[in-house]
Design a protein around this ligand. Sequence first.
Ligand SMILES: Nc1ncnc2c1ncn2[C@@H]1O[C@H](COP(=O)(O)OP(=O)(O)O)[C@@H](O)[C@H]1O
Ligand SMILES: [Mg+2]
Length: 268
Amino acid sequence: MADIPRRILIINGKGGCGKTTVATNLAATYARTLNPDSPPQANGKPSSCYSVALIDHDPQASSSHWASLRDGAQPEVHLQAAHQRAGMYQTQAFAYRIPQQTNRIIIDGHSNARDRDLEMLLKQTDVVLVPILASPIDIHAGGRFLSELLTHRLFRASPKPVGVIANRVHQNTATHDKLMHFLDCLDVPNVATFRDTPAYHDAMASGLGIVDMPECRAARKENVAWRKLVAWIESQPHSDRASVQALRSRPLSAGRIDTRREADSAQA
Ligand SMILES: Nc1ncnc2c1ncn2[C@@H]1O[C@H](COP(=O)(O)OP(=O)(O)O)[C@@H](O)[C@H]1O
Ligand SMILES: [Mg+2]
């Protein structure tokens, strides 16, 4: 199943909960994570990191902006601006016009994905991540979105792993306790918790992920949580989807191979 790309959708009906922050950071983390399916080196370690595509479905194009700021010193994340499509539902083939070597696809979903748009996104997804902020309004909206998702016709017909991400958390506050209680009551696992830190603004403003900022103390503290999130996603069953293989068109760009990634990841 090595070369069937795993597709991870980041979605919530609430704007501002951190979808783009999670999508861009997850893309950056995968791009620095050794791919165990790549050929082993002489020392037995995998020879390369995951090859990552980030698909921006949000008309606000924040992920696209992030990718435009990313410089050549960082491991490549291929950006596909799916919000630029001519018609809302002309997406499937378009969205998969990604480099042939891509093995992880991160989809930044938008807040108004409903009905056919949500269906289209779910059809293209293997794992769903739902970021939720620790505020009463966000907890309420997140709960509604999750029940909409879990009872969706397509979702019931073809269930997928779903994880909730507690975002912008200030530990040991009343709202944090409320969010944790809310998550305990759900059937959906809390798969990551990210702190509220300006490091995320800095990362967004410079085309970086938290994992690309080893010189920043706050970013270093967050690093482990991102690695754990990748480990959770990778522990989920990989479905057999020969159709995805067929959808991958010829490479649009050759895709830069950054040999520094290997060294960086080995150090991480
Ligand atoms: N963990 C965090 N710590 C600090 N700021 C955050 C964090 N997560 C998101 N933000 C900020 O919150 C704002 C909204 O996040 P964003 O990812 O754009 O949300 P969405 O894509 O769901 O609309 C952005 O300014 C982002 O930098
Ligand atoms: Mg966004």
